[in-house]
Write a protein that binds this ligand. Structure first.
Ligand SMILES: C[S@@+](CC[C@H](N)C(=O)[O-])C[C@H]1O[C@@H](n2cnc3c(N)ncnc32)[C@H](O)[C@@H]1O
Length: 210
């Protein structure tokens, strides 16, 4: 499904931010604001799956130097307008090994991009993050997960699925929840130092270290 979403997003990047604002009821913006608060002037920041560059711009406004990576050239065209002073790499997250050096970033962040990858791709990207991150650096990933709590799961299926359908009809964009993301982070050899749930645990913001 994510391939289909990618192709549709590619043709509608101008509508992406409206679609995601609707789908997440503003939660995505809140997560991005909290991620940006971890950045400081002069930090080398890498945004994986940067989309339309809204998070990159929040970090740049705090004085960080941002590189955004995205495979979708239509999304990057919008990003270049939203955040013209970031650097951009128009590559797949599967090819980070060919483009980014060891221990080259202070902060690596990502929102709603891991949920567009397969499990094998996520593990590969997480291992690359471990290589690219400076030893004292940190990783912040905000993404959609399938909640573990029974009541949250009921809410997820009762509320999120119709919302996804409605958003799909209106904007042709959506997201896919990840079943056990924290296990994948540990499998890639990194530690979770903080976890913050949003919207009854349907979204998670993870702070990760090597
Ligand atoms: C749901 S959007 C999230 C965009 C942005 N991070 C945000 O939160 O607004 C997912 C982004 O990840 C990018 N993406 C998905 N799979 C990718 C891959 N394998 N390589 C590079 N970018 C990818 C898509 O092109 C898209 O811009």
């Amino acid at each position: 499904m994510s391939f289909v979403y990618m192709k549709i997003l590619e043709s509608r990047p101008e509508r992406y931010d409206i679609g995601m604002g609707l789908l997440t009821l503003g939660t995505l913006t809140k997560i991005k604001q909290q991620i940006a608060e971890h950045t400081h002037p002069g930090d080398q920041v890498l945004d994986l799956g940067c989309g339309t560059g809204t998070l990159a711009q929040m970090c740049i406004e705090r004085g960080a130097l941002v590189t955004g990576v995205d495979a979708n050239s239509g999304m990057l065209a919008v990003a270049k307008r939203n955040s013209p002073s970031a650097n951009y790499l128009n590559i797949s997250l599967s090819n980070l090994d060919e483009h980014l050096g060891d221990e080259s970033f202070d902060i690596i962040l990502s929102t709603l991009a891991f949920s567009e990858l397969t499990r094998a791709e996520r593990i590969h990207v997480l291992k690359q993050i471990k290589r690219i991150l400076k030893n004292e650096g940190k990783v912040l990933i905000g993404d959609e997960i399938i909640p573990e709590n029974f009541f949250a799961k009921c809410f997820y299926y009762a509320f999120r699925l119709p919302m996804r359908l409605l958003t799909w009809v209106m904007t042709q964009t959506t997201t896919n929840a990840i079943p056990s993301f924290e296990d994948e982070v540990r499998e890639a050899g990194m530690q979770i130092v903080n976890r913050k749930p949003f919207m009854l645990g349907m979204f998670i913001l993870l702070e990760i270290k090597k």
